[in-house]
Design a protein around this ligand. Sequence first.
Ligand code: ZN
Length: 412
Amino acid sequence: MAQEESQFEEFEQIDFLRDRHVRFFQRTLQVLPERYASLETTRLTVMFFALSGLDVLDALDVVDRDVMIEWIYSLQVLPTEDKSNLSRCGFRGSSHIGIPYSTKGPGVLHPYDSGHVAMTYTGLCSLLILGDDLSRVNKQACLAGLRALQLEDGSFYAVPEGSENDIRFIYCAASICYMLDDWSGMDIQKAIEYIRGSLSYDNGFGQGAGRESHGGWTYCAIASLCLMGRLEEALSQRELDRIRRWCVMRQQSGFHGRPNKPEDTCYSFWVGATLELLDVFRYTNFEKNRSFILSTQDRLVGGFAKWPDSHPDPLHAYLGLCGLSLIGEPDLRKVHPALNITERAFQHLQQLQQTPIAVSTIDLTKRPTSGTWFEVRLENNFSVEQYKPSSKLRQEEKRRAVGGREKLPSVD
Ligand SMILES: [Zn+2]
């Protein structure tokens, strides 16, 4: 009898309930419990967790893509006619501020309206997941808004009014520049100096200089450097080896974010993806990692919680799935470890960036920093794209941008 019970327990642990997770994310997109009311201003991010979760589950057919794309574009903070709000552009988290629904410019001036760097990041990711071509993203306005958020020390605020400023928002900014294929949105060197300054004595990264090492901040640091293509320039081999060791030591059965803290589902992605980017994830114990993630699965309503016997939430549900994807769970799409979207969505981005753009005027007064590209200004005055003549050269840049590693199939 005891043996039967233990067999049943084992079955309970390892059974991955795909359809329940699909329904969990569907519900997340429709209605949320009252306790989520405080997240109203960041609703776009909650939507991203659900949408990207459905993408990882290969279940995007359950969403109405066109409606969602229109809703996301309605959250774009567009320049006003006099362009006086350029430094406040990007994407807002929801319609909470009461600006009339519109997906077209010019924008409406409102003293409390501005983009939020994490919303711009998740908004762009969501558009890519939905197969949008980003043609309605006002790139120059997004980049102007981004530049206004960077502080002298290289870190970023989340909003122009001021907020916490740390390595999380550097990651969002780096992802935005990467997706828009234009690094004029940030001073890369200053950002790298801030990241380097956040490397703690025990070889993890803190939120800033002198702060405690943490799995989430370490992910932001390493993923940002990979997206910039500066990982091995910013950190020595010795430092990288020590960071690898700090990350590997975060595994118990799942992963925790800091020494002596309990393991938590989300770190299977934060730390797992960092180890993947550092090319040593394969040295961790996949079986134990999988068992822990599945022990946090809600068998009734779907989703994953941060701990066993806790309530699931969209963030941990999504990152739990990403953690399973990293270890090769069957029937899940692969996740791109640096951008935190599926490889499918990442390949869509690559295709967009390789598509030749209709040239109207070529502005050679804009910087060609390397002589390998020049900016092409489109006639719809604020959309600026970069055109690179050689797709082979572009592929090489992409390869470097994820850390110069050959391993990631999507970048070769
Ligand atoms: Zn967590």
